[in-house]
Design a protein around this ligand. Sequence first.
Ligand code: ADP
Ligand code: MG
Length: 182
Amino acid sequence: MRANPNIVVTGTPGVGKTTHCETLAERTGLRHLSVNQVVKDKGCHEGWDEEYQSWIVDEDKLLDALEDEVATGGFIIDWHACDLFPERWVDLVVVLRVDTSTLYDRLKARKYPEKKLQENLDSEIMDVLLQEARDSYDENIVVELTSNTTDEMDSNVDRIEAWIKQWKKDNPSGGDNDDGTN
Ligand code: ADP
Ligand code: MG
């Protein structure tokens, strides 16, 4: 039994995952888990893809690296995929969405190579991450939120914070240890 929930924040690169996770971590005390960082730091990859300017992720290694810690709960997981994590680890999946023109501007500002930029725009237009979330988890734990403006982000963070409070009420841990280890 976890004392704190695990929340996956997912979506196409540029939707605002990291910004949401950092704000949520500050506000709630849950830990921001940047899966990108774990891939890099713990070498969960098979090298660097020059064309896409990203790591070629080794999912088995990544799962092994995350398993023990994440199972204890209390993580806000920041990753542009979500089918990797077993259902038993995950209490809420937030899929962030943005308008195509906004995403274009954000990815352009990041100087994404043209092919990578176009593929990510297509992925957003075709609801790829939303579909992946719905295919991987119970529909009741998947929420889709828009992240075009800072106002939308503020309201998303408020909603998720309220959800965490409710989760804690519904899942009393029976201990006063709030680091998820009891
Ligand atoms: P991701 O982690 O999904 O790739 P980031 O959190 O790094 O996305 O956000 C990408 C860029 O978009 C950043 O410059 C960030 O400041 C901006 N951004 C993210 N979410 C919003 C939002 N809701 N409103 C305005 N700007 C945003
Ligand atoms: Mg990010």
